[in-house]
Design a protein around this ligand. Structure first.
Ligand code: NAP
Length: 283
């Protein structure tokens, strides 16, 4: 197939690297130098900042930041033939599906659940999606053939395909992706509020695997984190309130030296954690 990728960054570049083994890749990115680099490094077969390049594509993956998806689609649609299948990789699905589906029948909302703390074409990796969930969010009007074509491409990346509604997706990712970013960022910010400079310096020197794990997603791409909050505001706020309620309970238990309750919580979470990781990273 001819595969179009709009937005040659971490996700778009990684898709191109893997799909290029079996397909011809047409890439569009905002900056001409990114397009030149993508051709020079043989990440894509053809590239241009001009969306007219997408006229040849059978399937187009929208891989721009969330805030640019809607305006990109408006400019893109006049270049496409009616059979072209459009899909996106945005981390939020409700607002994206609502914005695109009324204008393009062959649109399938998608979200590959993979990433790193880096961004841009230089961060693109081969095999990024292997054994990772790839969520598709078709709605009643989405043609089954379009859904199956995108699912087949996702499976060719060795990703595990899931189907759900855009609403269920946004509520679920608030818990397991967007809330963790805000919690992890808040952890780093709280540590930085240490008032004694020598204690802060000591903490930074001796921080080890525990801090590395819990601070990882708070040290990622700030633009992506902002977009998650902006486009999944209601679900993120709901999960943050639940988290604050949980934190308040732990504070009370510790203040009251209620060690049995603290241990009970940690026993429950020790048992529950593997279920959250059962489909991807088994630890
Ligand atoms: P990224 O590394 O910043 O890549 C996006 C690229 O799009 C930029 O490098 C930029 O390239 C290009 N771009 C920006 N505006 C554009 C426009 N208007 N038209 C065409 N190209 C444009 O970001 P990413 O992490 O790959 O995220 C891309 C999408 O994937 C987002 O919607 C995000 O929600 C989703 N996602 C991200 C992750 C993750 O963990 N990072 C995981 C799953 C899904 P140039 O300026 O160099 O041309």
């Amino acid at each position: 197939m001819n595969i179009g990728i709009v937005g040659l960054g971490l996700i778009g570049g990684s898709l191109a690297l893997d799909l290029r083994h079996q397909h011809t890749i047409f890439g569009v990115s905002r900056r001409p130098e990114t397009c030149e680099q993508a051709i020079a490094r043989q990440i894509v077969d053809h590239a241009s900042p001009d969306l007219a390049l997408m006229a040849k594509a059978d399937v187009v993956f929208l891989c721009t930041p969330l805030g640019a998806i809607e305006s990109t689609v408006t400019q893109l649609l006049p270049h496409l033939s009616s059979s072209t299948i459009l899909t996106d990789v945005g981390s939020v699905k409700g607002s994206v599906v609502e914005a695109i589906a009324p204008h393009w029948q062959n649109f399938v909302g998608g979200h590959p659940m993979a990433g790193t703390a880096e961004s841009g074409l230089n961060a693109a990796l081969t095999g990024l999606f292997v054994n990772r969930p790839y969520v598709l969010t078709p709605i009643d009007s989405t043609p089954a053939k379009a859904v199956e074509t995108v699912a087949e491409l996702a499976r060719s990346l060795q990703a595990q395909v899931y189907h759900c509604s855009p609403e269920a997706h946004d509520r679920a990712v608030a818990w397991i992706s967007h809330l963790p970013v805000m919690v992890s960022a808040s952890l780093i910010a709280a540590c930085l509020s240490e008032s004694r400079a020598e204690v802060l310096a000591l903490a930074q020197s001796i921080a080890s695997s525990g801090f590395r794990d819990t601070s990882r997603v708070g040290g990622g791409n700030p633009e992506l984190g902002r977009m998650m909050a902006q486009f999944n505001q209601d679900e993120l706020v709901r999960s943050l309130h639940a988290y604050r309620h949980q934190l308040d309970q732990v504070i009370t238990q510790i203040e009251q030296s209620d060690w049995d309750s603290v241990q009970q919580l940690l026993t429950q979470t020790q048992t529950a954690r593997p279920q959250f990781l059962s489909t991807s990273e088994k630890e």
